[in-house]
Design a protein around this ligand. Structure first.
Ligand code: PAF
Length: 292
């Protein structure tokens, strides 16, 4: 373990998996509950709330900070992804010195050139993010599986902003028979309702204000969907973004929460959700809202 000194305090930070696995061994033999919050850093209040939930439900909390190259299908996106380790550590320390951080270099996670395995998530991977970011969910599956093998958590916490990712990880855990509870936590929003995201760091305060139109559109779409079909609602959203040239809508989709399939005809027994991905100032933002 490396205990680093940070503002005259010490925290537990590991850069190598071998030392982390060793450190966690006694907790595993004691049957202590281990909570795990995987992140790519640039921590915001949404991440901190996941960490706090983990701390209240487990004896030990591990947070990973790793910008995973294999889940980016676009090199420019990977390069400009915010990396703010020092700041992230300050935020974690302000919550508790007991939190264990795993912040590995690439070669601690991937041997040789980083590459993804192939995963079958029963079609969940073919919709929305999967359509527009080919290979993304193979990258997510690869890294999350690897991190689960290292940390062996009891409970793992993921934000519902990435609802498709959450469903995919639940599916992976079921298919691989892993004894891990995957816990989804509600979207955290800025005061203007913009969904919190590490990518918001790439926007100025003014741009963040303007980007709140994304959530407003979701709320209006929810109202429209009450009395209209999914197709009518989707067309309405497309038209409203066409009028605003600062935004480039990548997709707006209404899908059922379980299989993530597009809603062709409303079915009262299903739960529906709106999913959106938009480029604003070359920053890709996603959001989601339950429609039930
Ligand atoms: O949601 C994220 O930040 C990432 O996809 C995750 C789960 C940390 C895997 O890299």
């Amino acid at each position: 373990m490396f205990a680093i000194n940070f503002n005259k305090t010490a925290m537990h930070i590991f850069y190598g998996k071998a030392a982390l696995i060793d450190y966690l061994k006694p907790s595993k033999t004691n049957y202590s509950k281990i909570g795990f919050v995987p992140t790519m850093g640039a921590l915001h209040q949404g991440h901190l709330s996941l960490i706090q939930q983990s701390m209240s439900e487990n004896e030990i909390t591990v947070v990973s900070i790793f910008v995973n190259p294999t889940q980016f299908n676009n090199l420019e996106d990977l390069e400009k992804y915010p990396r703010t380790l020092e700041d992230d550590l300050k935020k974690i320390t302000s919550l508790s010195l007991k939190i264990i951080v795993y912040a590995p270099p690439i070669d601690d996670v991937y041997e040789g050139r980083p590459s993804s395995g192939y995963f079958n998530f029963d079609g969940l991977e073919d919709q929305m993010e999967g359509k527009f970011r080919p290979g993304h969910f193979n990258g997510v599956g690869t890294i999350v599986k690897r991190l689960f093998e290292i940390v062996e958590p009891t409970n793992a916490y993921f934000g519902e902003k990435d609802f498709q990712q959450l469903q995919i990880i639940k599916k992976m855990v079921r298919k691989k028979n892993l004894k891990i509870n995957v816990i989804g936590c509600p979207v955290f929003r800025e005061s203007n309702s913009l969904a919190m995201s590490s990518r918001n760091e790439l926007l100025t305060p003014e741009q963040k204000k303007e980007a709140s139109i994304i959530y407003k559109t979701l709320v209006d779409a929810k109202a429209k969907f009450k009395t209209n079909s999914a197709t009518v609602t989707e067309k309405w959203v497309q038209k409203s973004f066409e009028k605003n040239s600062n935004f480039k809508l990548e997709y707006f989709q209404i899908a059922d929460e379980e299989k993530l399939l597009p809603c062709m005809r409303k079915n009262k027994t299903k739960k529906y959700r709106a999913f959106i991905a938009v480029f604003f100032n070359n920053v890709r933002l996603i959001d989601t809202l339950s429609l039930n």
